[in-house]
Design a protein around this ligand. Structure first.
Ligand code: GLA
Length: 380
């Protein structure tokens, strides 16, 4: 059954009427450029064919009633102008934070009945939460005919995470979920939010593997990384690490705490790798892509220290078969979750075979493989 049919059926069961509309927002995979977005840097993500789908109808009062099919089929109900953080139903805070941000621009919206389902694995680095936020924003935009554009919507989703949920994430996930283009990756400049669509050659598959390492204390480790980057930017007297060159950084090495130096070196060098990967994608230059993605993974492992041995193992296994025919690295925030490979479609079976035969044997965890295509963002 499609997600659309699922939410429509569930809506009728929950609310005894047909939903007025159904909206969808995709998750994303980041091809390269991790932990660069909140440093005003470059990223190269793609929206994927997994996402969050919502069936909805307007209400005449200020009540929002949400049935979350995948969160133990819980229902949460709240009043729009009395929003407060919910310690018990954590998932509901994404709806509340997002609507609070939406109401800063549209204070007069009314409530809604909602049924939500999603197929982005949660906590796996594929932006299940950003796709949830953007799906909520798209739903209210359609229900109330708002003139909300995709970039503003993305900023509202980010604000929900930063100010309400408590994760100081950057803008990448929400922006690609809102503005991704079918069959394309997006080069996003997080300094001014300008972006360019970059076609993904049609002989390549986005091959994603979830290591299924459960991530603990992710938000605090993530927020700490961000603080460390900001501390180095402050040392240089600039607004973000985007403004620092590798030469400047290297020249200041003895004056910066070693751990902070490594964090900054990752960010500054990763920006250059994003640009190199974009060029490689445009010219279908697999060897250069392979080099850039490998260097990105190593930098996230050694300098930024956000990989796990399972993610490193997956990357090594895939790289052993893929060689210079494609690229492979961890993707997203790290500390567990997924790796991404850009794989010539003719090699997909071979790579599946190596993951299935080696990963569980080595690490005692079952891998999940997702063969993805790049899809359209919710506001595109
Ligand atoms: C998470 C955040 C993003 C980004 C990545 C790392 O997905 O939500 O803003 O910082 O981690 O690249």
């Amino acid at each position: 059954m499609t997600q659309q049919a699922l939410v429509q059926g569930l809506f009728e069961q929950q609310f005894q009427s047909a939903a007025e509309l159904v909206c969808h927002a995709p998750g994303r995979v980041n091809i390269i450029g991790d932990h660069t977005d909140y440093n005003d840097g470059f990223v190269l993500p793609a929206a994927i064919n997994y996402g969050t789908t919502i069936a909805a109808s307007k209400r005449e009062d200020n009540v929002v009633k949400v049935y979350a099919h995948d969160c133990d089929a819980q229902t949460n109900e709240f009043i729009l102008n009395e929003i407060s953080f919910d310690e018990e139903m954590m998932w509901s805070n994404y709806v509340k934070g997002t609507l609070q941000a939406l109401m800063t621009k549209y204070p007069d919206i009314k409530g809604a009945d909602l049924v939500v389902t999603g197929n982005v694995p949660q906590g796996a680095g594929l932006s299940s939460s950003a796709s949830f936020e953007v799906a909520i924003l798209k739903t209210f935009t359609e229900l109330y005919q708002l003139d909300l554009d995709g970039v503003t919507a993305a900023l509202m989703g980010q604000r929900a995470e930063n100010d309400f949920v408590g994760c100081n994430c950057g803008i990448m996930d929400q922006l690609i979920s809102a503005m991704g283009q079918k069959d394309h990756a997006m080069l996003l400049d997080c300094k001014d939010l300008s972006f360019e669509d970059a076609p993904i050659p049609d002989n390549l598959t986005l091959f994603i593997v979830n290591s299924n390492v459960k991530r603990g204390l992710v938000d605090s480790a993530y927020n700490l990384r961000r603080q460390q980057c900001e501390a180095v930017a402050e040392y240089f007297g600039v607004s973000a690490l985007r403004e620092v060159t590798l030469e400047q950084l290297n020249a200041a090495q003895d004056k910066i705490e070693p751990e902070l130096f490594k964090r900054a070196r990752h960010v500054v060098s990763e920006n250059a790798r994003v640009v190199a990967t974009l060029k490689a994608l445009k010219t279908n230059d697999m060897a250069s892509m392979s080099i850039a993605m490998k260097a990105s993974h190593n930098s996230l492992r050694d300098d930024f220290e956000v990989t796990t041995k399972e993610m490193d193992g997956l990357v090594e296994m895939i790289d052993g078969v893929l060689g210079t025919n494609g690229g492979v690295r961890m993707t997203g925030g790290g500390f567990g979750g997924c790796i991404v490979a850009l794989v010539p479609t003719i090699m997909v079976e071979q790579i599946e075979e190596v993951v299935n035969s080696k990963y569980e044997k080595t690490f005692g965890l079952k891998p999940n493989i997702y063969l993805c295509t790049a899809t359209q963002g919710a506001f595109r």
